[in-house]
Design a protein around this ligand. Structure first.
Ligand code: FAD
Ligand code: SF4
Ligand code: SF4
Length: 466
């Protein structure tokens, strides 16, 4: 008999007063008893719709059944047949729009907490390690495949290609692998030790990761193919170029792009300055512009860095916010304030060029735009000023043009994203495949991983034919 409980088994969390003083993880994870209790809510559907909601097609009922039987090793092995980053996905996947959205238990109550269960077994495995598998060394005459970028798309493609027997080298521009998982998502949502471990697992499959290599500068795509002996390339360079508002005062001291702000904190560990070399200056009154995950992360980081007041300024209403609901609730619990239907029109500063206030305008919602959300329209004469000494602009990112500029044969669309065949992920260059944010624009970790998987299959098919 399945557990009739209508709501998810709650996940223990650090309390808000404590957690805003540290960078430790907010959600603490299930105990074994809680995981088994939650797993027993699964109805083991004959045609499980939840699998269709998972871009990497994990056999969800199978791994949940194993948890309900207390076979945690079996459960993690089942997940790993399809997913190379389970501890990451269990934490940051927007499950509410994916696997859990499709769960039949969601019709009369809350869906099964698939993400929390995935996280539980991934964490359980970390605390119950088995001897590492012998390194999966590929044959020395296997074809070489290059992967450009070590975000979730690149890491997934690399792991799958290594399993297929190819010699895989990942080239990463930054000094540590992981992409946004490393430099964007903060420690309190995704501890870096978890990422380290998942990267190590991928290396144990035989993947070599070379950091501090910027493709387009250190080597071009053509050089990788013609001089470095690679038979195929997967490009997963993400969408890391910050967008700006284009309003007066954006060059004042105290105005950051979210990309710079989060990179300083997450990658350069600015919150441990002077122990680490990169500083970050956070003053008293912080405003974060935007309503997505990046805005929520920036606001919550600012609070932990000691800001007295953090306001999120968003031009639509709460209903249209693209951030995960769970993260909006966490931010609200922590005391972040929200000013909806508002957008800045100018940043203003003192004679030394330091930001000290911001002029905003009120908005109202009109007809839906191409995104399907109601278009915000400025209300004439509604301008007002608010005092602020730090602003983080989190209104989106775009494609870095470096690769397309140095490889003119690589076709991109008018927004700079690489054009691919939507079934094979092959680009305009036959040996080059691409996936993740550099193809779709800013999306999700699991969508990038799904693209990495499909591209790896296509690369395999292509290399078998040549
Ligand atoms: P990325 O993760 O961007 O990785 C690309 C990598 O390529 C980077 O490491 C970059 O340095 C490297 N690179 C770029 N150019 C070159 C080059 N020329 N040579 C070598 N290397 C290069 N998604 C979720 O699902 N859930 C969340 O909670 C979530 N929160 C987010 C929070 C933040 C702050 C941000 C910024 C994004 C968030 N996302 C979230 C979105 C998600 O992280 C991305 O969609 C995903 O990381 C895209 O993966 P990717 O592999 O395509 O690219
Ligand atoms: Fe759900 Fe993401 Fe896990 Fe797939 S990988 S089952 S979408 S949490
Ligand atoms: Fe279990 Fe929900 Fe999937 Fe059915 S849809 S198998 S209840 S997780």
């Amino acid at each position: 008999m399945p557990n009739p409980q209508k709501t998810k088994t709650p996940i223990p969390k650090q309390n808000p007063e404590e957690r805003i003083k540290n960078f430790n993880e907010v959600a603490l994870g299930y105990s074994a008893e809680q995981a088994i209790q939650e797993a027993k809510r699964c109805l083991q559907c004959k045609n499980p719709p939840c699998i269709k909601g998972c871009p990497v097609e994990i056999d969800i009922p199978a791994f949940i059944k194993l948890i309900s039987e207390g076979n945690f090793r079996g459960a993690i092995n089942k997940i790993k047949e399809k997913n190379n980053l389970p501890a990451v996905c269990g934490r940051v996947c927007p499950q509410e729009d994916q696997c859990e959205l499709m769960c039949v238990r969601g019709k009369k109550g809350e869906p099964v907490a698939i993400g929390r269960l995935e996280r539980f077994v991934a964490d359980w495995e970390m605390s119950h390690p088995v001897e590492q598998p012998v390194n999966n060394s590929p044959s020395p005459d296997a074809p070489k495949v290059a992967v450009v970028g070590s975000g979730p798309a690149g890491l997934t493609a690399a792991a799958d290609l290594a399993r297929m027997g190819y010699r895989v080298t990942v080239f990463e521009a930054l000094h540590k692998p992981g992409g946004v998982l490393r430099y964007g998502i903060p420690e309190f949502r995704l501890p870096k030790a978890i990422l380290e471990r998942e990267v190590k697992y991928i290396e144990s499959l035989g993947v070599e990761i070379h950091t501090n290599v910027l493709i387009g500068k250190t080597f071009t795509i053509k050089e990788l193919l013609e001089n470095e002996g690679f038979s195929a390339i997967f490009v997963g360079t993400g969408a890391g170029l910050p967008h700006f508002l284009g309003i007066p005062g954006e060059d004042l001291n105290g105005v950051y792009s979210a990309n710079e702000f989060l990179t300083r904190v997450n990658l350069m560990k600015a919150y441990l300055f002077p122990e680490y070399a990169t500083p970050i200056k956070i003053k008293q009154k912080v405003a974060v512009i935007g309503g997505g995950n990046v805005a929520m992360d920036s606001a919550r980081v600012a609070l932990r860095l000691g800001a007295r007041e953090v306001n999120v300024i968003y031009r639509r209403s709460r209903k249209e916010m693209p951030a995960r609901e769970e993260e909006i609730i966490n931010a609200e619990e922590e005391g972040i304030k929200f000013q909806f239907l508002t957008t800045p029109v100018a940043f203003l500063g003192d004679k030394e060029g330091n930001l000290n206030r911001m002029r905003c305008i009120k908005m109202q919602l009109g007809e839906p735009d191409e995104s399907g959300r109601r278009r915000p329209i400025p209300i004439k004469g509604s301008e007002f000023e608010i005092p602020v000494d730090t602003v983080v602009v989190a209104i989106g990112q775009g494609a870095n043009p470096l690769l397309s500029q140095t490889t003119p044969e690589l076709k991109v669309n008018k927004r700079g994203y690489i054009e691919v065949n939507d079934k094979t992920y092959r680009t305009s260059i036959p040996q080059v495949f691409a996936g993740g944010d550099i193809v779709t624009g800013a999306a999700t970790v699991i969508a990038a991983m799904g693209a990495g998987k499909i591209a790896a299959r296509s690369i395999d098919e292509y290399l078998r034919k040549t």
